[in-house]
Design a protein around this ligand. Sequence first.
Ligand code: MET
Ligand SMILES: [Zn+2]
Length: 765
Amino acid sequence: MVSSSVLGFPRIGADREVKKAVEAYWAGKISADQLTEAAAGVKKTNWTSLKAKGVDYIPSGEFSLYDHVLDHSAAFNVIPKRYIGQGLSPLDVYFAMARGRQADGVDVPASEMKKWFDSNYHFVVPEFSEETDFKLLFNKPLEEYKEAQALGIETRPVVLGPVSFLHLGKASKDAKPGFQPISLLPKLLPVYKALLTDLKSAGVEWVQVDEPVLVLDQAANYEKEFTSAYGDLSPVAPKILLTTYFGRLDTNLSYVVKLPVAGLHVDLDRAPGQLDEVVAAVKPTSIILSLGLVSGRNVWKTDFQAALKVGQKAVDALGADRVVIATSSSLLHTPVTLQSEKKLTAEQKDWFSFALEKSAEVSVIAKALSGSQDADVAQAIEANRASIAKRRDFESSSDDAIRKRVAAITPDMYERKSPFAVRQETQKKHISLPKFPTTTIGSFPQTKEIRSHRAKFTKGEITQEQYEDFIKKEIESAVRFQERIGLDLLVHGEPERNDMVQYFGEQLNGFVFTQNGWVQSYGSRYVRPPIIVSDVSRSGPMTVKWSAYAQSVTKLPMKGMLTGPVTILNWSFPRADVPRELQTRQLALALRDEVVDLEKAGIHAVQVDEPALREGLPLRRADWDSYLTWAVESFKLSTAGVSDALQTHSHFCYSDFNDIFPSIQRLDADVISIEASKSDMKLLEAFKQYGYSNSIGPGVYDVHSPRVPGDQEIRDRLKAMAGVLPDSLLFVNPDCGLKTRGWKETEASLANLVSAARWARENYA
Ligand code: MET
Ligand SMILES: [Zn+2]
């Protein structure tokens, strides 16, 4: 029999129950017990619905109140010293690691977060040193396994594998120079052994051990580690399903099939080309093969005919008992269910499949491959055939005008009229800025009032005019605030934007939106990515009205604010029928027109945010060039249609620049702002080393935490920055937008930022 499996399920709840409960707990409105209860409710719903869909292997242990990597660190006693001895409960230590804590005499910053592979999910980075004292404080997979069992549901616990855990971590500040987390493997394995032994004694048959690092080039160096780790763990563990996802195994396959594991999972959504190799490699072994055929990363319905063909190939080679049909990765990256969507048309709804629907898909495909004569299965297959045919039909109708415009792009359209040095002089005449100019990244707090006005407008409870008057008032008060606090280059504050991608998607042709398609981005922050369904174009100006209004109420220079083409693509669910490259170029042309319109409206600075450029970087080096070429070209296409006088800005909220430095340089933005508050000054050294020559604003404080940075703290950063980069190129700004913050901390933080910049002006005259 071919069986079916889901690698992980969204842990936010169909109605965002987990966000609500976690935030209520932070606000002191509910107790720890009530939080646990809310979480148990969501887990129960997930498990029972997966069971109802007929999934054979249901995951447990992957639920999280914030982040699964953080759960793992906390359970394994990988807790940085700064969080210990503060008199906090284990739960509050956990949240302090996640988001920092500034209350009752405790003042600790948050741990660093990083993007989870090439997704928009952020994990909390574990910190290791020679001193790390691994202990199993809590066997989370076991506890959740038992929790499901008590509900009558048998599950397959999930645990992050030892090599991936160490690889994803970083050396803590107190580690010796040159320390490599992976060197801790021998010390770590006994704890895994304890965890797995307990699972086995509890009667667990299969455990899913995630080793996503196996799809990275670096894993080629980990053969020894994998061999010793799994050699150690297998004898004491339940049957191990070793899972890889988001890419291909490539040469790592040769050692992976020699590991003493009972099953191997591969991602055939991202890397369909590896099928034949993988089947051939596992054939002589007794390894069971889990085929990741149902995408964990997109929202499109699986084409059953195509999936059945692949599945059949594996069944023919290995026999039905050695084949599992699975989601390609955890479904964490997809919305919970289509059932909550009331506004999509029937035609649109028929194109998609969210987590719950995808769970049904694995089950149907597995049953069909097992030769099921079930009428429900036959019906599901027939319905799928009809849906896929209709979608193909829709896809074949393209917007010829846009396709032609993309085809007619010429190389000169990527370039500004003059080099940076010339532009800089021209711009000085249009925007007068002091040395160490202060600015912000765009958004100001999205208050309850803003959200409630937007909700009322969406529901038709207030008129467009009333809503726009309200937004104007908000913009004006943001402008007055910035003037009062003493910022130099102002922003309008983005009160009209629900989300930096959705806002643009809603005004462009080619997108559809969900009402409830939330996906976790980090902790309790969820996003609702728009879906690109056809060719993209702009019907008219999207932001000009607001930026022009903001400029009309102040003499200080105003910075227009747009989301870049690569970020819109990466933070949407792209269509699957045409390359991402084409979709991005279409977006770039729409944005180019917008930037030109902003200049015409008298705006002298425009920021085109590309916070997602890095995360779209392919996981394998061999695939980088082609991505970076079209990503850089798309950004340039969107910003190069203007005169030299327009100061272009771009913003990146990550610090992982090493790999993409030359590309950042090639963007040729006049000013970039980057995340530098959590990483050390090594980052700036790299900018120096590469000879980065345009202006740069390394973020001086971390906006992801409610903590207020002190004036001295910011001065120290400026001092360090000016020690590395020419001070004539420096801008002073936070490391990201302020929409998730409250006004109180925003005001306090920015006041400190302005005073630190003034200090710098005096000291670096
Ligand atoms: C995630 S990057 C955010 C940039 C955007 N302009 C903002 O300030 O919110
Ligand atoms: Zn940002």
